[in-house]
Design a protein around this ligand. Structure first.
Ligand code: HEC
Length: 182
């Protein structure tokens, strides 16, 4: 199991190396090429590294039943339930369903937290803003969840179980409106 994961990772690395060479040869800005790679073509960590802070956005809505069901399966496959409970309501670890967001409740922050883990997130300048019943490190799951697409499904599933104040679903206080929609 582990060996095959390593193999997949190596294969993905090889693919991304080819992509990087092509990007270097093309006249367009190099950062644009990896970020534009279709969902599912990268590991979560590659997606984090290819995307400027604040720009990760879930393509799946939590009222999309098929996406939520795929996310539920991937959540169990990755073992998130062992710590956060089967519906994300908490267990040994903080609930994912309330309006207390440890580092922020926006898509970008959650994707980075789950991919990198809390220690690496903190090393990038993020601090705990909210405190849950359990305060401990969140392990890096970016090597366990196979692709960025799987992680977006998982986060759609997590959002579908949200029970907190509606205005705090994506962060409390709510994040500012997107600059692209003035
Ligand atoms: C070994 C236990 C463990 C596993 C496995 C785990 N987590 Fe966590 N998670 C934590 C802990 C502990 C925290 C709190 C981090 C902190 O306080 O810095 C956390 C925090 C979070 C948060 C932020 C919660 C908030 O209220 O802001 C999310 C979202 C999250 N985890 C999602 C996931 C997902 C998705 C998976 C599976 C891919 C997962 N976790 C697997 C322990 C775990």
């Amino acid at each position: 199991m582990f060996k095959s994961l390593v193999f997949v990772c190596l294969a993905l690395l090889a693919i991304s190396a080819v992509g990087a060479e092509q990007a270097a040869a093309s006249p367009s800005p190099p950062a644009a090429t990896p970020a534009a790679a279709p969902a599912g073509a990268m590991t979560p960590v590659q997606r984090v590294n290819a995307t400027p802070k604040g720009q990760l956005k879930n393509p799946y809505k939590d009222d999309d039943a098929a996406a939520v069901e795929a996310g539920r399966k991937a959540y169990f496959r990755a073992g998130c339930n062992g710590c956060h409970g089967g519906n994300g309501g908490g267990g040994m670890c903080p609930p994912l369903t309330n309006d207390t967001w440890v580092y922020g409740g926006d898509d970008d922050t959650l994707f980075r937290l789950v991919s990198l883990g809390s220690d690496e997130l903190q090393s990038k300048g993020y601090t705990r803003k909210g405190h849950e019943n359990v305060v401990g490190p969140m392990p890096p799951m970016g090597a366990i969840v196979a692709t960025d697409d799987d992680l977006w499904h998982i986060l759609a599933f997590v959002r579908s179980n949200y029970h907190g104040a509606p205005e705090c679903k994506f962060g409390c206080p709510p994040p500012p409106a997107e600059p692209s929609n003035p």
